[in-house]
Structures are given as structure tokens and as C-alpha cells.
Design a protein around this ligand. Structure first.
Ligand SMILES: [Zn+2]
Length: 219
């Protein structure tokens, strides 16, 4: 009985001490985690958030790697096609230009946005956010940029593009001689680095660091 008197009612607690489960909407008191601990929803088991170590430096390394891979992934040949004595090389960028010149301008714009412009915008947003935390400058701009990142993240569809390339390779392999280009290797590398970045760059810790609640988030 005395326990229930000491426990504050959830609705009276400050919002920053509460957390809602993303999957089942259970509202609960936000636990304080030590490094490398995870909080899971007691009802459905969803991972609420994790306290990863050295988030900012590890994420910065991954963002810079992804930016380095971005250029060869888009401008080096994805594959070489040998057919009837002729060889053609195709890059992501030449694919966009090819669509544009074939009077499929709407599709060319969508492919350009989803496979080049938005993935690059995502990476530059992540870089700006991480630098604002790392260098401790302009965190209010960092907050604004991180909000933009969350709006555009679902529009970068590199994995859909990769699936299209794989389907094309499977279909063309019987008709012509195909050689996988360095561009495809960099493209797959870029995708893997981005998945790794999603795991490392814990949104909870980034929001907390940007809002200045925890100055040690970069440790
Ligand atoms: Zn839940």
C-alpha cells in the first residue's frame, strides 16, 4: 500500500522522464541506462533505446566512409555488358541520363532523387548533426537538421535500386556476357555502411545530446 503512495502518477511526471513503446504504445517511466545497456518494453519486448559507447566518433567514422563510397558507387561502372562484339559500361549516373534522354524525364527525376540526391542529403545531414555535437557548436541548427533527416530518411531507396540492378543482372546473364564493375562493389559497401550507421547512431542519444540534456553523449 505504501509503495503506491510513493510512486508518482505517470500523468504528473515531466515528459522527459516518460517513454512510450514504439510498437505497443505502453507508457512507462524512462529507465536510466549505463553504457552498453538496452531498455526493452516489458510488454512486447521491443528495444526502446540503447546506451551505446562512443556513439558520435563511431558514427562520424561511418558517415565519412559512406561519403567516400558515395562517389565511386554512383560514377564507376555498375556492370559491363559484352554483346555481339560491343561493350557498354553503365553507372547509376549514366542510367539517370539514359532515362532522361529517352523521354522518361519523370522517372529519371525520381531515380535521381531516390538513388543519388536524397541519400547524399541524408549523409550530409548526419555529418552536420554529428559535427555540431562533436565540436559543440550550433546545436539548435543540429536539432533542425536532424528533424529534416527524419523527414527525408524514408525517401532514400538505395536498397530498391540495388534490387533493380540484381534483377537486371539475373535477366541479362543468359543474353550477354556480364562483368560486375567496381561501382557495384562500392554500392553494396555503401549500403552495408549505412545499415551499420543506423545501428550505431542511436537516435535517442543523438536527440539527448542535441537538446543539451547530456553533455557526455559523445563519450
Ligand atoms: Zn511494447
Amino acid at each position: 500500500m505504501s509503495e503506491s503512495v510513493d510512486q508518482p502518477v505517470l500523468s504528473e511526471m515531466p515528459l522527459n522522464q516518460l517513454i512510450a513503446c514504439h510498437e505497443c504504445d505502453l507508457l512507462m517511466h524512462k529507465p536510466v541506462l549505463r553504457k552498453d545497456e538496452k531498455a526493452q518494453c516489458p510488454r512486447c519486448g521491443y528495444e526502446l533505446y540503447a546506451q551505446r559507447h562512443n556513439v558520435v566518433n563511431r558514427s562520424l567514422a561511418l558517415v565519412l566512409t559512406a561519403l567516400l563510397l558515395f562517389v565511386p558507387a554512383n560514377f564507376l561502372p555498375i556492370m559491363q555488358l559484352h554483346l555481339l562484339g560491343q561493350t557498354s559500361e553503365d553507372t547509376v549516373w549514366s542510367g539517370v541520363l539514359g532515362l532522361y534522354n529517352s523521354d522518361m524525364r519523370g522517372i529519371a527525376v525520381v531515380v535521381f532523387l531516390c538513388s543519388m540526391a536524397i541519400p547524399l542529403l541524408k549523409l550530409t545531414c548526419q555529418l552536420a548533426v554529428l559535427l555540431s555535437i562533436r565540436l559543440n557548436v550550433g546545436r539548435s541548427y543540429g536539432l533542425f537538421i536532424y528533424r529534416i533527416y527524419h523527414h527525408v530518411r524514408d525517401w532514400g531507396m538505395l536498397e530498391v535500386y540495388l534490387m533493380g540492378v540484381l534483377v537486371a543482372i539475373v535477366k541479362l546473364v543468359d543474353m550477354a556476357q556480364l562483368t560486375i564493375g567496381l561501382g557495384l562493389v562500392c554500392f553494396v559497401g555503401l549500403l552495408l555502411v549505412q545499415v551499420w550507421l543506423e545501428v550505431v547512431m542511436s537516435p535517442h542519444q543523438i536527440w539527448v545530446a542535441l537538446s543539451g540534456e547530456d553533455v557526455h553523449a559523445g563519450d
